[in-house]
Design a protein around this ligand. Structure first.
Ligand code: PXG
Length: 444
């Protein structure tokens, strides 16, 4: 493999980078040119240990030949097949594989291309389901503060990140939000699920249902572990209570598993890890090991049956879908990825190495600036004390220094987030955490 290591021969200006400080980035760009297993290579030839699986997505490590070869073979065979009214074998096979990984009777899969589209699809399926049942008045959607469900108008409406919402007007009109579960006063330095906070789920019944009436509410969407806002682990009993309240009042419960899916919590889905079966699961990222975009929604049989059987024979049942739903190259990537996860038992591996990861990240307690550490599976959030009047600046500096030292971390607000590929070794975990500790000790 040739690695380009020459002065940059391209102009940086035309590109508008997403969720990036463009001016700052272009003044000092960070460019990757290749990747293999646990490491990236930068354009100045440095190796960088990937502590974040790209953006929480490269669960099997980078450029795995089995996946790459499957993509190449598919491209040589058939580039594209129409998503609507035509089919190809790969999309059926991958839906079947995903069904086998899903909990309970979640056994039908709708494909999209990004987590954002998966979320929009799930919200629309929830509305279509209630309408098919003759309860079209159930159209209020409930999200949660600090939730991240992508960047579509549906996702930002149920999402709970002020910066992602404030510039975009009124969004979906009938939405409410549960309180988030993060409480450092009660739960700082918790290992795994915090003990305090299950009662926060009761807000769904005592405030939200009381305000809107259950008969108007379609669905509740939460991330089982909130990723983007800093690895917020559900308190013990919290998800169980949400499930019980949804059941009592006929609300659909959607788990957004875009981050937690495919082994991140030590099982295929966090639903299985926590023993709580939702009505729908959204997935993306790890389904193809991030090689080719693919996402989707897994729904319970009854949801599929209700929507399908409500339409007259021969008619389209759900007026929704994307040109690239179930794209053959993406499903080829997914089939190879799911095969690799199975063959290498990577979800078990994540579960087995998680205690070492937990111990390692909790050694950061007592290191300068660290005010909280949280972890679950192979995810961790490390909160830094902000510099007065400069929100996020210290954490961002830590990220830059870590990168200079050869480890990739991710920063969100005041939190350093870690979510390494599930193939990470014990030594590499120690290297990652050691580098962070070293950086923090020198940081002002
Ligand atoms: N739901 C969840 C729970 C997510 O984490 C999305 C939906 C949207 O997925 P797409 O594919 O549309 O980006 C996400 C995405 C980060 C980070 O570091 C998190 C995401 C994406 C990029 C960065 O916090 N999550």
């Amino acid at each position: 493999m040739t690695i380009i290591m020459k002065p940059r021969d391209y102009d940086l200006q035309a590109l508008w980078k997403p969720f990036t400080a463009n001016r700052q980035f272009k003044a000092a760009p960070r460019i990757f040119v290749s990747a293999r297993d646990m490491h990236y290579t930068t354009d100045d030839g440095r190796q960088v240990l990937d502590g974040t699986a790209g953006l929480w997505c490269v669960n099997a490590g980078h450029s795995r030949p089995r996946i790459v070869d499957a993509i190449k073979r598919q491209l040589d065979t058939m580039d594209y097949s129409p998503a609507f009214q035509m089919g190809h074998p790969g999309e059926f096979r991958v839906a079947d594989l995903i069904r086998q990984l899903a909990p309970g009777d979640l056994d039908h899969v709708f494909f999209a291309n990004s987590g954002s589209e998966a979320v929009d699809s799930a919200l629309k399926i929830a509305l279509a389901y209630h309408r098919a049942r003759g309860e079209g008045h159930r159209n209020v959607l409930i999200g949660r503060e600090r939730g991240y469900h992508g960047v579509g108008f549906g996702g930002i409406s149920v999402g709970g990140i002020p910066a992602n919402r404030k510039a975009y007007g009124s969004m979906l009109p009938r939405v409410d939000h549960l309180p988030h579960t993060h409480n450092p006063e009660k739960n700082a330095f918790s290992r795994g699920q915090p003990a305090w906070g299950a009662h926060l789920a009761d807000d769904l019944e005592t405030r939200i249902i009381a305000l809107h009436d259950a008969s108007n509410i379609a669905a509740v969407i939460v991330e089982p572990v909130a990723g983007s806002t800093g690895v917020l682990v559900p308190p013990k009993g919290y998800l169980e209570r949400l499930r019980a309240i949804c059941d009592k009042h006929g609300l659909l419960l959607i788990f957004d598993e875009v981050i937690t899916g495919f082994g991140r919590t030590g099982r295929a889905f966090a639903a299985e890890t926590f023993g709580v079966v939702p009505d729908m699961i959204t997935f993306a990222k790890g389904v193809t090991n991030a090689t080719i975009p693919l996402s989707g929604v897994i729904v319970r049989r009854q949801i599929y049956d209700t929507v399908i059987n409500n339409a007259p024979p021969g008619m389209v049942e759900l007026f929704h879908g994307y040109t690239y739903s179930g794209h053959p190259v993406a499903t080829a990537a997914a089939e190879a990825t799911l095969g690799l996860y199975h063959e290498e038992k990577l979800f078990d591996r994540a579960r087995e190495i998680a205690p070492h990861f937990e111990n390692a990240v909790h050694t950061l307690k007592g290191v300068p600036h660290v005010i909280d550490v949280r972890n679950f599976g192979l995810m961790a959030g490390i909160d830094l004390e902000p510099r007065p009047g400069k929100p996020g600046a210290r954490a961002f500096d830590a990220f830059l220094r870590c990168f200079e030292q050869g480890v990739l971390t991710r920063v969100t607000g005041e939190t350093i987030a870690l979510s390494p590929p599930l193939i990470i070794s014990r030594n590499q975990i120690d290297e990652l955490v050691g580098a962070i500790a070293g950086v923090l000790r020198k940081l002002d």
